[in-house]
Design a protein around this ligand. Structure first.
Ligand SMILES: [Zn+2]
Length: 282
């Protein structure tokens, strides 16, 4: 079922923030998200969450933050003309009062198509022409090297990757350090595993913090089953270790979380429950 909410305003300290929906897709086979899990356990977990085993909805959700240097956007969604149920970021930004030309900085959590697809339009022009772009150096190096895409069996995506990533090359800041400030109060943290140079974005102001975890956390069920990984995790062992570290730290620090693929608006907290965790939407 399509979610009708398109944006959600809130604050982190002095920052005005808007969660903006890009849309969602329905995945026929839920097991893609839990590839190493026994089928019966997946069924039980889905049942507990009142979720179907087939046709699992999977949202795509970006966040815009108003800074003294203009609007910052984390990720760009699926992009135009790829699927009717997603690629609505620009339309929904406009609903929230933000024009594409207002965006000054875009942080790309990683190079998967649902995060970079909205970089360019169908003619290959930059959708956010005034933005500077921030991406992990390991991430950029991975997706712009055709050999890597062939190795993971994604050679079909080579033209797509080139069409999305090469236009931003001259406006790009590549992150090599474990943590790096992007703007005052906004920093990125290397969180590899889902992809080699995945970044989490931390927004801090006036004693409040929001961790935008990108695809380091993909589904709320993974909090209860932190050993389950998805078909989309490129380095599963590292993805699991990174996820555990985020879950442990976030629950200890009572951090606010924004998770790109969690049910809209994807805001909540991580609560420890025995040796695992669970998602508490806010
Ligand atoms: Zn994703």
């Amino acid at each position: 079922m399509m979610n009708t909410n398109t944006y959600h305003r809130f604050t982190v300290g002095h920052f005005d923030c808007i969660i903006v929906a890009d849309g969602e897709n329905t995945y026929r086979d839920a097991s893609l998200f839990f590839v190493d899990a026994p089928e019966n356990d997946v069924q039980d977990a889905l049942n507990r969450h009142n979720l179907p085993a087939k046709d699992l909805d999977f949202p795509y959700t970006c966040i815009a933050v108003e800074t003294a240097q203009g609007w910052l956007l984390v990720d760009t969604g699926f992009g135009p003309d790829r699927t009717p149920s997603a690629g609505k970021l620009v339309q929904n930004l406009r609903n929230a009062g933000i024009e594409p030309t207002d965006i000054q900085v875009i942080v790309l959590s990683h190079g998967h198509s649902d995060h970079i697809g909205g970089l360019t339009d169908v003619e290959g022009r930059l959708i956010f022409p005034n933005a500077r772009y921030v991406m992990g150096k390991a991430e950029w190096d991975f997706w712009t090297n055709e050999d890597n895409l062939i190795t993971i069996g994604w050679e079909d995506t080579i033209p797509f990757m080139k069409s999305k990533l090469l236009p931003i090359e001259g406006r790009l800041i590549l992150v090599e350090q474990a943590e790096q400030d992007v703007l005052p109060g906004i920093r990125v943290v290397q969180t590899p595993g889902h992809t080699p140079g995945h970044l989490m974005v931390v927004i801090s102001s006036a004693g409040e913090e929001l961790w935008c975890t990108g695809d380091a956390l993909i589904h709320p069920i993974h909090l209860e089953h932190p050993d389950w990984y998805t078909a989309y995790d490129i380095e599963p062992d590292l993805a699991l270790a990174t996820k555990r570290e985020i879950l442990k730290q976030a629950s200890e620090e009572n951090a606010h979380i924004f998770a790109f693929h969690f049910p809209f608006p994807g805001l909540g907290k991580i609560v420890q429950k025995g040796s695992n965790w669970h998602w508490q939407p806010v």
